[in-house]
Ligand binder design. Structure first.
Ligand code: SF4
Length: 300
């Protein structure tokens, strides 16, 4: 006769461990708030009296965005309003109660817009093709209309640092352009200002924060669409770089805000045509005859 196994409960974490975890969680939130506040300030994203429409998809980034804006709203010297908006696109299995329940619990004003963009996308995109670009375009149109109806002066999206970097590399590799995702822009209908307050925040931090806060995540694959393959490859490339050369991601990201048009080749950004020697020295200018600093760098 075999012995009966009695399940043993895992040992409770020590008090020291519990305190350390709580400290880490506080530190993470502080960092997220600091980075968000910095981006808002650097790009003048929010002005006194703004009514900010926070687009909530139910993903980790949008929950993090709403939380950061709520914290800053309570602390910031400028007064602004928030209204959370979710677009129910009628994807099969979308748990329509999750966001309203969550938002009611927070006491945040919100609006749920129901629009069956899912059927439109299904009808127009051939099977097996990625649906995300049409889906996002339709979503954007609806959200702009809702922003007007709600009197929103700003539309806040949850894109983070790694979305911006990923878009930069996609444009570079597949579009032949130096172009990323702006932290602030005027919408393509020319009527709204769109802001990305999480522009400085790394995705890993948002993922940890979502876990700490136990946000009720709704997956963005209910439609059955596959993640864009090129975006996935770029994401893997950046992750692999960061693993092998820690700090590279942040370095490339910082470069996006430190552009030297005179050292690129875009004639619309720098007037090469009328460039003349003016006899004034420029200590930051090109050291034209120095070695290319990359030429002798050790192979990676
Ligand atoms: S994953 Fe689905 S819901 Fe999300 S953007 Fe793509 S098509 Fe739209």
């Amino acid at each position: 006769m075999s012995a009966v196994e009695i399940p043993v409960a895992p040992p409770a974490p020590s008090r020291r461990r519990v305190e350390r975890d709580a400290r880490e969680r506080r530190k993470l939130e502080k960092r997220l708030v600091r980075l968000t506040a910095q981006a808002i300030t650097d790009y003048a994203m929010i002005e006194p009296g703004d009514r900010v429409m926070v687009c909530l998809s139910g993903g980790k980034d949008s929950y993090g965005l709403l939380e950061m804006l709520r914290i800053l709203q309570a602390r910031a010297p400028v007064a602004f309003d928030l209204v959370a908006v979710n677009l129910d696109q009628k994807q099969p299995g979308f748990p329509a109660h999750v966001l309203p329940d969550y938002l009611r619990g927070l006491d945040v004003p919100f609006h749920i817009e129901t629009q069956d963009t899912y059927s439109i996308v299904q009808r127009l995109i051939p099977e097996g093709k990625t649906m995300c670009s049409l889906c996002s375009r339709l979503r954007r149109g609806v959200l702009y209309r809702v922003a007007t109806e709600l009197g929103a002066t700003k539309i806040a999206l949850g894109h983070h640092r790694d979305d911006i970097l990923g878009t930069f590399f996609l444009n570079l590799f597949y579009g032949g352009r130096i172009k990323a995702m702006p932290p602030k822009l005027v919408s393509d209908d020319g009527r709204h200002v769109v802001i990305r307050p999480l522009a400085y925040v790394p995705e890993d931090d948002l993922a940890r924060y979502a876990q700490d806060r136990q946000f009720p995540i709704i997956p963005c694959n209910l439609c059955g669409s596959q993640e864009n393959l090129q975006r996935k490859q770029v994401k893997n490339m950046v992750a692999e770089w960061e693993r092998r050369f820690p700090g590279r991601t942040e370095n490339v990201f910082r470069a996006l805000a430190r552009v030297t048009p005179s050292h690129l080749m875009d004639r619309t950004l720098f007037d090469f045509m009328t460039l003349q020697a003016d006899g004034r020295s420029n200590p930051d200018g090109d050291i034209a005859f120095d070695d290319d600093p990359g030429a002798c760098a050790p192979a990676e």
